[in-house]
Design a protein around this ligand. Structure first.
Ligand code: MN
Length: 129
């Protein structure tokens, strides 16, 4: 059903790997090189999901995710943070941005398509009343 994934990642080698794997699974791939460009692409193309690198020049993934998840027009876009940090507390810091999930580098390429599918089909969290 032609879902679109925006890859926001500063390293061309990592973008190529993600693009190759996810294209194989049938996703349409668009790309950005930093958080600022990622926000612009997200607003313009409204992808179904964003793979958001954390460590990037210009604007990092924490900031970009926080901005996208704070804006009514982009908050429904699923965001999976991609982190190379292994420190305790990073999980909480990432989830505080509103990200729907996160994965660690080095990427487990075999597990990635399943993770993405799970998040794309996950129901929104119930709203408390
Ligand atoms: Mn990076």
């Amino acid at each position: 059903m032609g879902q679109t994934i925006l890859i926001v990642e500063d390293h061309e080698k990592n973008r190529r790997l993600l693009r190759d794997v996810l294209s194989y699974y049938g996703y349409t791939i668009i790309e950005a090189e930093n958080g600022k460009e990622g926000i612009e692409m997200a607003r313009q193309y409204m992808p179904d999901l964003i793979l958001m690198d954390i460590q990037m020049p210009v604007m990092d993934g924490f900031t970009a995710t926080t901005i996208l998840k704070s804006a009514p027009e982009t908050k429904e876009i699923k965001i999976v943070a991609v982190t190379s940090f292994a420190m305790t507390g990073d999980k909480e810091k990432i989830l505080d941005t509103g990200a729907d999930g996160y994965i660690s580098k080095p990427l487990d390429i075999k597990a990635l398509p399943t993770l993405i599918k799970d998040i794309l089909f996950r129901e929104p969290a119930p709203v408390s009343v």
